[in-house]
Design a protein around this ligand. Structure first.
Ligand code: NAD
Ligand code: IPM
Ligand code: MN
Length: 348
């Protein structure tokens, strides 16, 4: 039996294709870090069906005490018009962990960009309601502290990359965007090695679609980041490939693919598990500090995608087949840990 050293990954399979790709992540973790305990919990539609709420207290307790949280997508058309919806569970989870810094890399060919999306503020969390006259409203709100911490995070990330930061906003219309832009400009002198530019979000979308190679780090608010990250995924191979890491200051990180529960293909075993497994690699790196295992898994995913492409990539491989090819690659590389082998000796 593997022993574990108190480190615990909470696995939230979620809905739709979530359990299908989460199963592949579990198998990879069991192979790469068998000493780490994996605790599975409910979130989203699965949790609503079992408990009436999308983020049950048991799930919350497990997540806040976890070393890191690995999550499949949530969402189910059955609940789209309901008062209690799966996505509310995801927002509550992000808020509970205060994972304000959502890192969404998009890499392919000459494109190597990182979207740094603010994740616990803005329209998703502002005041909302219905006025007496029937008007429905959502409110975009940002406190300067919320902006400062995400912008600082993005500057620091740009310093570790190519030293270029693009701040995306709608400062020609929105006061929250003007606050955002002022804070970026105020902080810029503290990071003299980073070149800063501002882009309006509509132009940013056009630039991402037509010339994504120009970007290094993009920092933006919650809603803009949501939309631009699907676009960045689309220009670098599709949603089946796009991972994310959501980080707080010191608490457990949350790792999940950019894509949703894909109800159109759920249950058929054809979902691409690469986004989930790349999120697992980000968990190994940022959540567990296992840099060697993280880079082994990233490389294994890259290689297996070439030999064993899934249906979304024009191939024929199933979720299981790509998962198996990735695990095989890890074993070939000698990086798959095993309770029967010592780490260094096994790699020699
Ligand atoms: P989606 O991302 O689920 O699907 C968009 C398209 O991409 C679909 O055609 C789907 O088949 C395809 N796709 C997505 N992931 C894929 C994968 N791994 N392999 C192959 N093809 C893949 O977006 P949607 O249909 O707009 O949303 C469905 C549900 O997912 C909604 O309920 C939404 O709220 C939810 N959602 C959840 C998350 C999350 O939990 N983080 C993210 C996005 C959407
Ligand atoms: C994402 C998703 C979520 C978001 C939804 C499901 C709440 O689209 O993670 O990109 O908008 O943040
Ligand atoms: Mn999204």
């Amino acid at each position: 039996m593997p022993t574990h050293n108190g480190e615990r990954v909470v696995l939230l399979p979620g809905d739709g294709i979530g359990p299908e790709v989460a199963e592949q992540a579990r198998r990879v973790l069991e192979l790469l870090v068998p000493e780490i305990e994996i605790e599975e919990r409910l979130i989203g539609a699965a949790a609503i069906r079992a408990t009436g709420t999308p983020f049950p207290p048991e799930t919350r307790d497990a997540c806040v005490r976890a070393t890191a949280v690995l999550k499949g997508p949530v969402g189910d058309p059955e609940f789209d018009a309901a008062d209690v919806r799966p996505e509310q569970g995801l927002l509550a989870l992000r808020a509970a962990l205060d994972t304000y810094a959502n890192l969404r890399p998009a890499v392919a060919g000459d494109v190597d960009l990182l979207i740094v999306r603010e994740l616990v503020g803005g329209l998703y969390f502002g005041a909302r309601g219905v006025r007496d006259d029937g008007t429905v409203y959502d409110t975009c709100e940002y406190h300067p502290r919320q902006v400062e911490r995400i912008v600082r995070r993005a500057f620091r990330l740009a310093q570790t990359r190519h030293g270029r930061l693009t701040s995306v906003d709608k400062a020609n219309v929105l006061d929250t965007s003007r606050l955002w832009r002022r804070i970026v400009d105020d902080l810029a002198p503290e990071y003299p090695d980073v070149a800063v530019e501002h882009l309006l979000v509509d132009n940013a979308a056009m630039q991402l679609a037509t010339n994504p190679e120009q970007f290094d780090v993009i920092v933006t608010e919650n809603m803009f980041g949501d939309i631009l990250s699907d676009l960045a995924a689309a220009v670098t191979g599709g949603l089946g490939l796009a991972p994310s890491a959501s980080l707080s200051d010191g608490g457990p990180g949350l790792f999940e693919p950019v894509h949703g529960s894909a109800p159109d293909i759920a249950g058929r075993g054809v979902a691409n598990p690469a986004a989930m497994l790349r999120s697992t690699a980000m968990l190994l790196e940022h959540g567990l500090g296992r840099l060697e295992e993280a880079s082994a898994l990233s490389c294994a995913v890259d290689l297996a995608l070439v030999s064993t492409p899934t249906v979304d990539l024009g191939g024929t491989a199933t979720t299981d087949e790509l998962g198996a090819a990735i695990r095989e690659q890890l074993v070939v590389d000698g990086l798959a840990a095993s309770p029967y082998r010592g780490g260094d000796a096994a790699r020699a």
